[in-house]
Ligand binder design. Structure first.
Ligand code: A2P
Length: 266
């Protein structure tokens, strides 16, 4: 039995049972757990999750991967050998207990954006997580003609959920029709051979992104962007977007782009 299961769960958290664990690579894994029916969230939000360690909650912010209608919760995590939380979390097994914060929050939600032509969901590494939730929320498709997942990773095997997005989404029971019409997948790899190679910042500047996808160049009058990645990625992309005339949106004042960092680095 895990350490968390034997201890009292602090009031700010639900104690949930792990139902599935999948290791993508030695740097990346996903897991699912039960969901308290009282936990409500909007696609794109994050919550604190973690484990009890030495009698105290050890938690970090994680975007929810699963859509709001799913009866379970899913998360995507890196594994850092000496990371306080992920060095432990990477060893969780089905049946273990994890802490799930009771108050999901975040700006990476469709409400923070004005409606538009193309919604570009640009992410690096585990920054894909909130977009996995958003692309399975039918509301996401209401405001946009196309929804594009532009995921950049170092190596091909880090393109987590690639099969799901390309093969399962178009035939998905609830969302298949919407996805087949509106969902585009634009992966890229930076450190290995791959048909789509390089950082998205460079591919935007050179126009390669548009050649590769056949989509129109970013236009603040028409397109919307959600960013979720490392601090360096977010800040480089933010600069690029601001220079192009995009304006950051918030939950109260929708704009033409929003960002959140892919939180867990340890
Ligand atoms: P690169 O391989 O050129 O560093 P990480 O695994 O380090 O989080 O990186 C995930 C992906 O994000 C990598 O493909 C990496 O490219 C890319 N990346 C890192 N920093 C930036 C940045 N400032 N702008 C664009 N892409 C970035």
């Amino acid at each position: 039995m895990s350490e968390t299961a034997t201890q009292t769960i602090p009031a700010a958290y639900y104690g949930e049972r792990v139902t599935w664990v999948h290791h993508w690579t030695d740097r990346l894994f996903s897991f699912r757990c039960t969901r308290n029916p009282a936990l409500r969230f909007v696609a794109g939000q994050f919550c604190m999750i973690g484990l009890m360690v030495d009698g105290k909650p050890l938690t970090r912010a994680y975007s929810v991967v699963s859509p709001p209608w799913d009866e379970e919760l899913e998360f995507l995590s890196i594994k850092v050998p000496d990371g306080p939380l992920t060095s432990r979390l990477q060893h969780i097994k089905v049946g273990d207990t994890v802490l799930i914060g009771r108050k999901p929050v975040g700006t990476l939600i469709a409400e923070s954006l004005l409606p538009g032509r193309n919604l570009w969901m640009m992410c690096t590494g585990t920054g894909l997580a909130p977009f996995m939730s958003l692309l399975r929320d039918p509301d996401t498709y209401d405001k946009f003609d196309r929804v594009i997942v532009a995921h950049t990773v170092r190596d091909v095997n880090e393109l987590a959920y690639r099969e799901f997005i390309t093969a399962e989404m178009p035939s998905h029971e609830l969302l298949g029709e919407l996805a087949a019409e509106k969902l585009f997948y634009a992966p890229a790899v930076t450190r290995e051979d791959f048909p789509f190679k390089g950082r998205i910042t460079d591919r935007i500047r050179t126009g390669q992104l548009y050649t590769d996808t056949g989509l129109e160049p970013l236009d603040p009058a028409k397109d919307r962007v959600m960013l979720c990645g490392s601090e360096a990625f977010n800040s480089d992309m933010e600069k690029l977007l601001e220079e192009a005339g995009f304006e950051e949106g918030t939950n109260n004042k929708p704009g033409t782009y929003v960002l959140e960092k892919a939180f867990v680095t340890k």
